[in-house]
Design a protein around this ligand. Structure first.
Ligand code: FAD
Length: 424
């Protein structure tokens, strides 16, 4: 069997590793021109589902490199107000092992780790345009440069705007979640660190502010930058440019932003974020001012609309290509990794290929769209906090609830239990 994967992202590369380790012939086609091109964002949070999938699919030494190149694991998770006063602080458990914990990884580092050792199957500068079916049931992918590749199964792992999905399931749609976010990196220096409460590091802070505004803060400190690596680890990092940083991401309902926000970048965007948060603590404004403008960009958050199952054939989909979700639960990449693991398991189960793909699609549609819906419920422009008058009352209620949870041990234990249940 030959499997063709379109897209060398998180899900596509995990799948490629898993299939190759199982002895299945695989080829990956990626539109990026080189292994270092593209701005692939900043942090991605890998939960136990994601780690399990990576552990199952990657060679053991590469999984070790992945673990070793993560940022210091978060020790605390705190909700704050816009004056950086905590309303609820959770001290996170020490990692039990190298799978069942929450990991913070730089997207570029993860990408480089996933490319390691795959040079012979990975083809850059190949923009997929369309596919066609062969008379013998195989499928051919056609690329923008006029070349093509034929296999028994084609997997669209080509992300949110997936051209594979547009051809395979033209009725599948995305909709705006009603939220726009602006995200950026601030180099980690003594000054930038002094602006955020030191008890928050290493950790995750979520500022919940009036007008439905929220700002997430992550500290990304990488012990591996001071280490020497041998073998695959060294190769992965040769192409990586990650440094320690603080990451912030401010989100608000679409209507709160000026109409031209999606056309802004860099210093203009940082200026806009500062102007939109006049009552916020001066430390947060200073943090915005210290941002590296080349890392600042807006994101119009979108989400997939659920579709009913479809008849299986030799073209399938995984990850954002089929179930794009808001960052509400932080599980988009984890779900793409879970898809990759399930598809490897299905294709190596001994079942005929199409029956195996049908099994995969049935399961993936179920947990994938449940994750889409849960993420939308958590980050959607229709939430009460975004409404003009009632939004204030909703924020006041939210803060009272968080403070009460912080003070009442039984409530805090319940909150922690639910956090660990959904996120390991
Ligand atoms: C602000 C934000 C924060 C997030 N945080 C988290 C988090 O903490 N945890 C989490 O689990 N998820 C998070 N996500 C979601 C996560 O980033 C995505 O769900 C994940 O990257 C999807 O992986 P994928 O493999 O499906 O697609 P991608 O990783 O997007 O890969 C798609 C690949 O396909 C390539 N491609 C596209 N078109 C073509 C073409 N025509 N031909 C060839 N190649 C093509 C692209 O270049 C890319 O390499 C976040 C998302 C956002 C927006």
């Amino acid at each position: 069997m030959k499997v063709i994967i379109i897209g060398a992202g998180t899900g596509g590369m995990c799948l490629a590793h898993g299939l190759r380790r199982a002895g299945i012939d695989v080829a990956v086609y990626e539109r990026d021109r080189t292994r270092t091109s593209g701005l692939h964002g900043y942090r991605v949070g890998i939960d136990p589902h994601g780690s399990q999938a990576l552990k199952a699919c990657l060679p053991p030494e590469l999984y070790r490199t992945f673990v070793d190149t993560c940022a210091l694991p978060p020790k605390r998770f705190a909700f704050l107000d816009e004056h950086l006063r905590p309303t609820l602080t959770i001290t996170l458990r020490e990692p039990a092992d190298d799978v069942n914990d929450e990991k913070s990884v730089s997207r570029m580092t993860l990408r480089q780790v996933l490319f390691t050792g795959m040079e012979d199957v990975l083809h850059f500068d190949k923009t997929f345009r369309r596919y066609s079916y062969e008379p013998d049931g195989r499928v051919t992918a056609h690329f923008a440069d006029g070349t093509s590749a034929t296999g028994d199964l084609l997997v669209g792992a080509d992300g949110v705007n997936s051209p594979v999905r547009k051809q395979r399931l033209p009725h599948a749609r995305l909709e705006d979640a009603g939220i726009i976010a602006v995200a950026a990196k601030v180099p980690m220096t003594p000054e930038s660190l002094s602006l955020v409460p030191d008890w928050l590091f290493p950790g995750i802070g979520m500022v919940l502010a009036p007008r439905g505004m929220a700002c997430i803060l992550h500290s990304m400190e990488f012990p591996f930058l001071d280490q020497r690596f041998d073998g695959g680890g060294a190769e992965s990092l040769l192409f990586d440019n990650t440094r320690n940083y603080l990451n912030w991401g401010l989100s608000a309902a679409t209507g709160k932003w000026p109409a031209d926000v999606m056309g802004l970048a860099g210093a203009d965007l940082i200026g806009l974020v500062t102007a939109m948060t006049p009552s916020w603590d001066p430390r947060l404004h200073r943090l915005f001012a210290l941002t590296d403008p080349t890392t600042c960009f807006p994101i119009n958050i979108r989400t997939s609309v659920r579709i009913p199952p479809w008849p299986t054939d030799s073209v399938t989909l995984l990850g954002d290509a089929i179930h794009t979700m808001t960052p509400g639960q932080g599980v988009g990449a984890n779900t793409a990794l879970r898809d990759a693991q399930h598809l490897v398991e299905a294709l190596t189960s001994g079942r005929p290929t199409l029956a195996a793909v049908a099994d995969y699609e049935r399961e993936m549609l179920d947990y994938g769209f449940r994750a889409v819906e849960a993420s939308k419920a958590q980050t959607g422009g229709d939430q009460l906090v975004h409404r003009p008058v009632i939004g204030r009352a909703a924020l006041a209620f939210q803060r009272t609830f968080l403070r009460a949870t912080d003070r009442i041990p039984a409530m805090k234990r319940r909150f922690e239990a639910s956090l660990y249940e959904t996120r390991g």
